[in-house]
Design a protein around this ligand. Sequence first.
Ligand code: NAG
Ligand code: NAG
Ligand code: NAG
Ligand code: NAG
Ligand code: NAG
Length: 584
Amino acid sequence: MGTAAALLLTVSLLYLTAASVVRASHVIYPELQSLEAKEVGKKLRTGYHFQPPKHWINDPNGPMYYKGLYHLFYQYNPKGAVWGNIIWAHSVSTDLIDWVSVEPGIYPSKSFDINGCWSGSATVLPNGVPVIMYTGIDPAERQVQNVAYPANLSDPFLREWVKPNYNPIISPDRSINASAFRDPTTAWYGPDGHWRLIVGSKEDMRGIAVLYRSRDFRRWVRAHHSLHAGNTGMWECPDFYPVAVAGGSRHHRSGVDTLELRDAAVASEVKYVLKVSLDLMRYEYYTVGWYDHAKDRYTPDPSFPDNDYGLRYDYGDFYASKSFFDPAKKRRVLWGWANESDTVPDDRQKGWAGIQAIPRKIFLSRSGRQLIQWPVEEVKSLRGIHVNVSNKAVKSGQYFKVTGIKSVQSDVEAAFAIKDLDKAEKFDPAWRTNAQGLCNRLNSHVKGGVGPFGLWVLASGDLKERTAVFFRVFKTNDTNYVVLMCNDPTRSTFEAKDYRPTFAGFVNMDITKTKKIPLRTLIDHSVVESFGAGGRTCILTRVYPRIAIGDKAQLFVFNNGQSEIKVTNLHAWEMKTPTMNQPE
Ligand SMILES: *[C@@H]1O[C@H](CO)[C@@H](O)[C@H](O)[C@H]1NC(C)=O
Ligand SMILES: *[C@@H]1O[C@H](CO)[C@@H](O)[C@H](O)[C@H]1NC(C)=O
Ligand SMILES: *[C@@H]1O[C@H](CO)[C@@H](O)[C@H](O)[C@H]1NC(C)=O
Ligand SMILES: *[C@@H]1O[C@H](CO)[C@@H](O)[C@H](O)[C@H]1NC(C)=O
Ligand SMILES: *[C@H]1O[C@@H](CO)[C@H](O)[C@@H](O)[C@@H]1NC(C)=O
């Protein structure tokens, strides 16, 4: 870069910093909001993760299944690659893999949403009619909740939505901060025949799930108490839903529709999940607990930390998620947004920003101690050329390359067996609440006892660029071990500007029983989305290699621990590119 260009860039960066303000937690760049992308940068663009042809996206909205089609709406800027001009873009699919864009579902058009159409959810009423409930920004910049109904129920594409004039149906009362009142959930139906839903809010540092009830879906009354609250700042995008427990009449992996809760027999065989997105921390956590229908009280099970070190769906880049019940396959499916980790000038240049993570089936583990997530089975339909490796030992300090496929867009399933568990390093209990800090200190280059071992993905041939997805096992005493799963992108690129934090979570598994850790990683140019131990711990990272792109991206297995490990088997598939939001 010439000096003049460097100076210009510095000046524009300064300008960006000076001009930026924050609105609904998105940094605002007024001068970039409506700058149409001239070209779309293809180099690092994802192949099978959900995204529109160009521009900015954020939260998934109102996912649902209707008349044979999956619907996904999402927060979208039709005019630029930064947050702004937000509407509900709309896509449909028969299989959650191939997507077609249809016309936007919801956009500012009435006084109750004239300054913005923000996130919300869909509820399919017992008579099969889907309703969207979303946050509108009114002329006074207040956040209010509105409904919209399909204009034509015979249209499976649900192209047109009508917003009744009786909106808003929920306005912030005087005790609610009208700038912190958003993201209504899917409604559920209690045994008393009343609907309920929650809206995210805050009071000073207290995050609140404000509860409303309605008889007719039109007149909503605030309950005297909130469904739940916590000292973690603003709660965005709450999600509240039932999950089946093991040993009941339905399989614990099956989904439960919120509508089924009217049925007392169903209600007795489920637990409830409350997930909140922490506006301050920019990550989510969930608890599993008990919900008293009569009192409308949610009580998390004591084993779930109910604070900012609670369990997370994903320990990486995954936010504003929303689940829905899929009646076609009787499962609950989770969508989550992954933003970019590059810079705003990069986004502007490539013309796009943001993707949705691969839709995940989500259910309660057999033990009831956590949720499990797994890419929906349809993802396998994209698998193409395949290679496998079996029973290959990797000694301390060694690594090998997986050859035979182009791994830049791939699906990798591996299992790593540990030879000497005794070599595990001692675990300091103080680390319990800070997996990320631990992984930052003991990253993939720091030699250990058992691990670090795992994959180097999106790696250049000389390994100068590489992103590590790995495990490290510690011992608390002679019989008890702790497994840490990490994602280390610190060497993913040598571009210093990118945001490259290590991400990590503990894996709740008994390593002494199996002495083996399975891993699945979905690689897609600038996304690395990993599912450890069968979906017990998940980490999504965005990375932007400069060399390891296209055919130059390679895949390795490495072991930087003292104990030998064995790749008992590794399968890797090239992934085909589905139809991704080409207009009809
Ligand atoms: C409603 O949708 C159906 C199916 O797409 C279509 O045949 C019909 O013409 C639509 N009705 C109106 C009034 O647009
Ligand atoms: C209301 O929320 C906004 C947005 O977070 C905040 O800036 C403001 O200080 C809050 N007002 C009060 C009275 O707490
Ligand atoms: C693994 O690959 C070998 C060839 O290298 C093949 O013979 C074997 O069937 C494959 N195994 C599986 C499970 O795909
Ligand atoms: C080892 O640690 C676990 C959990 O920290 C504890 O439950 C167990 O009693 C300990 N065992 C021994 C032999 O100290
Ligand atoms: C995604 O981008 C990074 C880098 O700019 C920020 O640090 C994160 O806070 C942001 N995540 C969300 C959920 O907005």
